[in-house]
Design a protein around this ligand. Structure first.
Ligand SMILES: [Zn+2]
Length: 504
């Protein structure tokens, strides 16, 4: 380091909210030691940047950004950035290299007031090691935080803000006696199947003087917290029973889910819904009309037997049908169910409409994006001209060129990702009609959610089990009104079918 001429430095100090409590990190002390160090080096300090209570993440720090901007603007007058320790500046290797590279371009060196500043191999190694250690420390800290959260979740602790109907007091989720009855009422109203969202909103506004946006109503009805459970797949893959009181019963919650047909449907506990028992809650007991539930029992030699059965305690005849028997019966029954002419016509018409609107949308998007690409190309040509004529300098040229290339790239990717409705319409139609003719295969080939949707679609009021076969409820397949079939059937044909059908 050259001490003969006066050098200029800026000082950067930082303390996170956690560190504020610990000694040895105080901003005043960092600043004092940095100033002392500058004096020893014969530097004059032109500006001090103080970062208070921000996270260790480099991108989140406003003062760091301000300092880098200041450095870029005053690069000729700044020789050093002085920090108390290198970990004040960056907490991971990538950020460290990025910062060093940036400051290197400006011809500004980073000096640590308390660590090795030599610019030789040993000095660099020391600095890199220090950086590596602080990254390790940081990674470990976040691992610990996640592990802690996971543990707390498994123990049944609520880790988030209190949802409507609850209060969070000293980290414990407690029933909000004022709002909980309203939440329960919302579930009951929805489960009755008699009210639309807007009606429920109106009812709640009138009786509880509380307004719930439709979106919140939806997410509320799907929130497992209300039946006393938690599901947070990023921390733990299973549903966890919470250490707090439920506002609605499991049964009520399950009923609402089956009516919503929502995404959380499958996230429920086994007791409520399981891929192993697709007919649970769908086939009805012939004696009391209760939807059958299902479970496994252990027989001799520890062999498991799966059954569908009636769980109504006041039902005199306890129906109990082996899983395989009932499902086989159901599949055979399905194979006898065929769409009538009217239904086929409706599906044809609906598919045609959907196909044509998909094609239109695809063409429009494709044209718009291609047009944008052409425009970018001509902008690029103009830029090159300006550069050749010496009207713009290297830096501007490069940065403009980079941003054009970036945009070009993004558009190309979007273009590639555009879903091409390349399927031949007739083969698509054949596929759907064939699926309708062979409902049993459609049912067998699909996942739990689709199976259950299909069941509900064909037999809206369930099937009554009888030893000799099934009895349909009040709304059999043949009575399905014109149009009622359109959306769901189309929905069940996954878009990928279009593609797989089109490939020879
Ligand atoms: Zn029964």
């Amino acid at each position: 380091m050259n001490n003969k001429t006066i050098k200029n430095a800026v000082i950067y100090t930082r303390v996170s909210s956690v560190e504020q409590a610990e000694c040895g990190f105080s901003l005043a002390r960092q600043e004092e030691e940095c100033k002392e160090f500058a004096l020893k080096q014969g530097c004059s300090v032109s500006k001090i940047f103080v970062e208070k209570g921000e996270s260790a993440k480099t991108v989140d720090r406003t003062e760091l950004k301000n300092m880098l901007e200041y450095c870029a603007q005053n690069k000729k007058n700044i020789d050093y950035i002085i920090v108390w320790k290198l970990d004040r500046l960056s907490r991971n290797m990538n950020d460290h290299y990025a910062l060093s590279a940036f400051l290197g371009k400006l011809d500004i060196d980073i000096l640590s007031a308390t660590e090795n500043n030599q610019n030789d191999a040993v000095g660099k190694l020391t600095r890199n090691m220090l950086q590596a250690f602080s990254q390790f420390e940081n990674d470990q800290k976040s691992e610990r935080v996640i592990a802690g959260m996971k543990q707390a979740l498994i123990e049944g602790k609520w880790l988030w803000r209190a949802p409507l109907g609850y209060k969070l007091i000293d980290g414990e989720l407690l029933i909000d006696e004022e709002k909980a009855p309203m939440v329960r009422k919302i579930f009951e109203l929805y489960a009755s199947g008699l009210y639309k969202h807007s009606c429920i909103n109106k009812y709640i506004k009138k009786h509880y003087n509380y307004e719930i946006p439709t979106v919140s109503l939806y997410s509320m009805l799907k929130n497992l917290v209300y039946c006393g459970k938690m599901y947070c797949p990023s921390l733990h893959k299973e549903v966890v029973k919470g250490k707090f009181e439920a506002i609605v019963s499991d049964e009520l919650f399950a009923k609402v889910q089956s009516m919503l047909g929502g995404n959380r449907f499958q996230a429920l506990t086994n007791r409520i819904n399981s891929a192993e028992f697709p007919l649970r809650q769908f086939v009805l007991c012939p004696f009391c009309g209760t939807p059958l539930t299902a479970s496994k029992s252990t027989g001799s030699k520890n062999k498991k037997y799966a059954y569908y059965h009636c769980y109504n305690s006041s039902c005199k005849t306890k129906v109990r049908i082996p899983k395989n028997t009932l499902e086989k019966m159901f599949i055979e029954f399905l194979s006898t169910v065929k769409p009538n002419k009217e239904c086929i016509e409706t599906v044809k018409k609906s598919l045609k409409e959907q196909y044509s609107s998909m094609s239109k949308e695809f063409n429009k998007n494709h044209n718009d994006l291609s047009k944008k690409l052409t425009e970018l190309k001509s902008t690029k040509d103009k830029l090159v001209d300006l550069y050749i004529q010496g009207k713009i300098d290297d830096t501007i040229y490069q940065s403009k060129l980079d941003s054009i290339k970036k945009e070009e790239n993004e558009i190309s990717i979007t273009l590639n990702e555009l879903k091409t409705p390349k399927a031949n319409f007739n083969s698509c139609l054949d596929y759907v009609l064939n699926s309708l003719e062979n409902l049993e295969n459609l049912w067998l080939d699909n996942d739990l959610e689709t199976k259950q949707k299909l069941q509900k679609l064909i037999f809206p009021s369930g099937l009554i089990y009888e030893e000799t076969g099934f009895r349909t409820g009040s709304n059999p397949w043949f009575d399905i009104k014109k149009g009622a079939l359109m959306a769901p059937i189309f929905y069940m044909v996954p878009p990928r079918e279009f593609e797989s059908l089109s490939t020879p």
